[in-house]
Write a protein that binds this ligand. Structure first.
Ligand code: ZN
Length: 324
């Protein structure tokens, strides 16, 4: 069975020296496990391919690690995104059957970001873009970002909406008052990253982004970032009479969004996603190097689904959406 993972990360020297410096240094200084992660992120070559072989992963669709360039100054973001995309294109050239890419975009400069997306898709063969949440507190439903969404729709490529830490006022109000160590995890991997991403996606729906861009496809990870759990309720209490949208909220979540594992190798969470969204919009991923490829592969193998559905999740849905 072919296996394609779609939320997988790397870093470049320019990112490490620039927009990723703070985040990556914190990781590296956190101890040996953090240093191993940083080391793995820097390799997009033979070492990673050997690890993929050992875990039974055929292809990774990779993206620049969070926080990406979204929190940087516009000029730095434009330069770092372009450098990262060129760096990734070179890595893909060496292993074209093992790696594919999502573009990094300087969302601070939407027209330039749209042009960069087009360059990445048309010239470098990338499969879409990865956007790391808000851009200094602004969300993608802001009309400011419309050129990026319009170009993704026109190019018929998805935008992967990846988590980032909440903006400072949100972080202080919702996640403060604990030890720095607890706040750091509570506001990110334990809760904040995921809820932040779910709210971001709902903002896109409620702002009418998918009425304006009906063909636009968004991907989210982490088994749906808690969206499947809330879907029925949100759909019921936000009907079209209230939202003035063309369709019920659930329609957009079932027709304009794809969902990936992202290291959430939890069967009850998967079943919730499967029952709410359906098998055709679920894609395999490991969130490498934060999640274990071997664990994800074993989870996939033991999912309580038919073999045909396992194939859809393992590779078929990604092949269709990303034209792999
Ligand atoms: Zn990730």
């Amino acid at each position: 069975m072919r296996t394609i993972t779609v939320e997988e990360h790397f870093i470049t020297p320019a990112f490490l020296a620039g927009p990723g410096k703070h985040f990556m240094n914190r990781f590296r200084d956190s101890g040996p496990a953090g240093a191993v992660i940083v080391d793995r992120l820097t390799d997009l070559g033979d070492k990673r391919v050997a690890e993929m072989d050992a875990a039974g992963i055929d292809m990774q669709v990779v993206s620049l690690n969070a926080p990406g360039v979204e929190q940087a100054e516009p000029d730095e973001a434009v330069a770092c995104a372009r450098d990262s995309n060129d760096w990734l294109a070179e890595a893909i050239k060496k292993h074209p059957t093992r790696f594919a890419g999502f573009a990094s975009l300087a969302t601070q400069a939407p027209d330039k970001a749209a042009d960069e997306l087009e360059r990445c898709v048309r010239k470098l063969g990338f499969k879409g873009a990865n956007i790391n949440g808000h851009t200094r507190g602004r969300y993608l439903d802001d009309k400011f970002f419309a050129p990026i969404l319009a170009r993704a729709e026109a190019l018929d490529v998805p935008i992967y909406l990846h988590p980032t830490a909440p903006a400072k006022p949100v972080l202080d109000a919702l996640y403060g008052g604990f030890s720095p160590a607890v706040t750091a995890v509570f506001s990110t991997g334990a809760w904040g990253w995921h809820i932040e991403t779910a709210v971001h996606l709902l903002r896109l729906v409620l702002a009418g982004v998918f009425d304006r861009h009906p063909k636009l496809q968004i991907c989210i990870g982490h088994m749906g970032e808690a969206i499947p759990f809330m879907l029925e309720r949100t759909n019921r209490v936000l009907p079209p009479q209230l939202t003035k949208l063309a369709r019920p909220v659930a329609d957009y979540l079932r027709q304009n969004v794809h969902y990936t594992f992202g290291g959430f190798n939890f069967t009850p969470t998967f079943l919730n996603l499967l029952l709410e969204i359906g098998v055709d919009r679920i894609m395999f991923s490991a969130d490498y190097p934060y999640g274990s490829m071997a664990e994800a592969r074993s989870f996939l193998q033991h999912l309580p689904v038919s073999e045909a559905d396992r194939e859809r999740i393992a590779h078929g849905n990604a092949e269709r959406l990303l034209r792999l």
